[in-house]
Write a protein of this length. Sequence first.
Length: 394
Amino acid sequence: MPLATIYLKPGKEQSVKRFHPWIFSGAIRNTSAEISEGDIVNVEDAYGNFLGIGYYQIGSIAVRLVTFKKEKIDEQFWLQKIKAAYELRKSIGLINNDQTNSYRLVYGEGDNLPGLIIDIYNKTAVLQMHTIGMYNLRDVIVDSIKSIYGDEIEAIYDKSEDTLPYKAKANAVNGYVFGKSSSFIAKENGLQFNVDWEKGQKTGFFLDQRDNRALVEKYSKDRSVLNLFCYTGGFSLYAMRGGAKKVHSVDSSERAVLLAEENVELNFKGDERHKAFAKDAFKYLENTKHQYDLIILDPPAFAKHLKVVRNALQGYRRLNTKAIEVIKPGGFIFTYSCSQVISKDAFRTMIFSAAAKAGREVKVIDEMSQPSDHPISIYHPEGDYLKGLLLYVE
């Protein structure tokens, strides 16, 4: 059965010709047949020239393109896409790595698989589909993972219940779609972590901070460290291994604090340098003047949509101002934003404003981003979402 075709309005094909994978609803002129959410479609310009193949979805982004070539979209097509992502991770040393067995296998548009996330935790693969188009391919994706990994994967868990568009009525339920995990412990740079992909945030762990956690380790020796929004305590463990004299982990979630304590015990049994507190980060900072000389600010996304960017920047400014005010002289602040809609320039400007308000001398020592298993397509700069600065406060 031939694919339905979506025709664009005159002039709306330019971004597609630059290989950008998104087509917005306002660019569509008409369709050759009735289409449903998730359907694979051809895309042509207003004059019938082929542009690409993608899947249709209801919303502002109406089509996400998966290829710009005329080719057959079958099980082999998807297998080769995931295999290409696997080969990239292998080339950067993340496959069969004795020190790290947790990494992102597929990062949406960065791997030419828009709407799909696959994270690997030792012998478990965790899926998150963000679109109906990808959710419809779940069985094909599962078979592809099994084909590529063989016995190296013992379980595949689908965690798409809360990531699919709520209007789509997909009736998705989180659960195992292959096997069952025998272990929930994963390894990163030689440290072990309990990862709760069944009930934890995202896929269970924030893999995008791996390189930045390693950088914290390098700056932690003999320092008093505060890890705000600690979640499972990733930064805290690296600080401890780096020789910090004390590490305090803070999160508003009691469950997160318990996980952080479990991870510390897993790696540093009986180590009294670490304490964890279930408290609001802003309130905790109020009474910490000159207690810490290394502070990590890794909050959840304050802005997920353009409409709330201004309020989000105010939140980031307030947080960073307080941290700059209270840190010891000669201290370091690792500060991050994972909000895709906040640009690097806006983030830097916010830090400038926070430093000026705090009235202290602040220098940028390093700039940070996401690791190599979160690749950014040169044609899709929106994939560059994680931004961080290492600040030195005199």
